[in-house]
Design a protein around this ligand. Structure first.
Ligand SMILES: C[S@@+](CC[C@H](N)C(=O)[O-])C[C@H]1O[C@@H](n2cnc3c(N)ncnc32)[C@H](O)[C@@H]1O
Length: 228
């Protein structure tokens, strides 16, 4: 095999890692606050929280301003942020450390791997704000919202738990609608409140329409009917 041949075993990634853009304060905050907020690759994410509270998972928080704000205004929830972009993690840890937040923890990893480490029915809400749209057709397989990803979310959601996805990309909105439509156990609900994200501000400046999807996992799975 030459080095340009893709390995059949390598998972398709929904992200590109851009490490070069650390500011000195992002790097300093990452080093200073990681032991308090970070979740190591082999750790049990739930064991890292101080209090047993309903869990919200935010996938791909970017610079983390909106995740910080959610965790600040909802202290009765634990927030688990998952992001691969370490400068953004440094930014979030600076905000969290300065505010002394105790209900936030962060994993630097592929969210699909972190979800797999959570127990079934352990999550109250999964929020995915402005996932990379991967507009070229040959890149559609890199989109995060795929049936496999939603299946993994459904397994981790507690009954009544909510998946909240927002995009500013019309073609991705159609795609997300179709993927979510394949899950009969998910029912549309009013979107939870949230704050505007960095990526959203950019979309709004470009005149993009924002589409929100909020779906809840049914509370009572249908019982199998006994033969009479
Ligand atoms: C377009 S940005 C949006 C960031 C932020 N949510 C916002 O609205 O400003 C998408 C983010 O998702 C992250 N991401 C993509 N796939 C991911 C994955 N599988 N696990 C964790 N983060 C991921 C990327 O690194 C990127 O920072």
């Amino acid at each position: 095999m030459t080095e340009h041949q893709p390995s059949a075993r390598r998972a398709v990634r929904s992200f590109v890692i851009r490490e070069g853009r650390f500011t000195p304060s992002q790097r300093r905050n990452l080093e200073r606050h990681w032991s308090e907020y970070g979740i190591e690759a082999d750790a049990d994410p739930l064991a890292r929280f101080e209090r047993p509270q309903p869990l919200v998972v935010e996938v791909g928080f970017g610079m983390g301003d909106s995740l910080f704000e959610s965790a600040r205004v909802e202290p009765a929830y634990n927030f688990l942020g998952v992001e691969v972009h370490r400068p953004g993690v440094g930014h979030l840890l600076g905000l969290a450390g300065n505010a002394g937040l105790t209900n936030l923890r962060v994993a630097v990893a592929d969210a699909r791997e972190v979800l797999a480490r959570l127990p079934e029915a352990s999550v109250a809400r999964v929020q995915v704000y402005f996932p990379d749209p991967w507009p070229k057709k040959r890149h559609h397989k890199r989109r995060l919202i795929q049936p496999e990803f939603v299946s993994a979310v459904v397994e981790r959601l507690a009954p009544g738990g909510v998946l909240h996805v927002v995009t500013d990309w019309a073609a991705y909105a159609e795609w997300i609608d179709e993927v979510l439509g394949g899950f009969a156990q998910l029912t549309p609900v009013p979107p939870p409140s949230r704050v505007t994200t960095k990526y959203e501000q950019r979309g709004l400046r470009l005149g993009h329409a924002i589409t929100e999807f909020a779906v809840a996992l049914e509370r009572d799975p249908p019982q199998a009917t006994a033969d009479r």
